[in-house]
Design a protein around this ligand. Sequence first.
Ligand code: ADP
Length: 246
Amino acid sequence: MLEARGATKRYGDVVALDGVNLKPAPGRTTVLIGPSGCGKSTLLRAFIGLVRLDDGGIHFDGEVLTPETARPVRRRVGYVIQSGGLFPHLTARRNVTLAADYFHSFSPGPRVDELCALVRLDASMLDRYPAELSGGQRQRVGLMRALMLDPEVLLLDEPLGALDPLVRSELQTDLRDIFRQVGKTVVMVTHDLAEAAHFADHLVLMRDGKIEQQGRLKELTDQPASDFVREFVTAQRKLHSTEAAG
Ligand code: ADP
């Protein structure tokens, strides 16, 4: 359905994506992980047609995606960013229903109720503005917005990155349940291996715009393809054991 073929993107001298081939499995959760600046967000943005590639392409059901051809595809792809990306001058409800109005698709009422139940948000919160919601509530609204048009694909860029640890852990559990319920093709970016392991059916470890290794967490830990993979996995484990001890 969704596929990167030889995706290459340069910003001046920086090669953000260097010939990436990736086909996220339909109905499963693929997690992009790697150090800051390795190209995770650029790949995710390319998947929704927000990045003009220098070489290669993103294919969606056989069509090549460009910023020009992306509009009809966008209603089939939901996108959530770290801060929720909500419009501050609109109520949560308007944020959620905006896309339905834009695409003139349907009366959003029943769908909004359904999504409140799915993301476990009290419907009264929808009359508030984003600034009147907690970080966790904002992310739940961001998720509702992304799911409003019942997209086939859900892209999430560090969706829990801005949250404090308790809220983060609660939303991790809820999000995983939601992914299982909706059965969508999910591609998520995180820099945290424990979080990646929590969500991923398939892990993709990137470095310098390339895929260094992909597979299940156990494959990365037990059969690292390079010293980089071994060091990345070990460093993250140390970080978590230090956090747990502290
Ligand atoms: P990650 O998400 O893994 O942290 P990014 O995909 O955001 O990495 O960035 C990959 C590289 O491309 C980085 O070196 C970043 O500075 C650069 N980059 C990303 N977007 C832009 C942009 N719009 N302009 C210039 N450089 C960019």
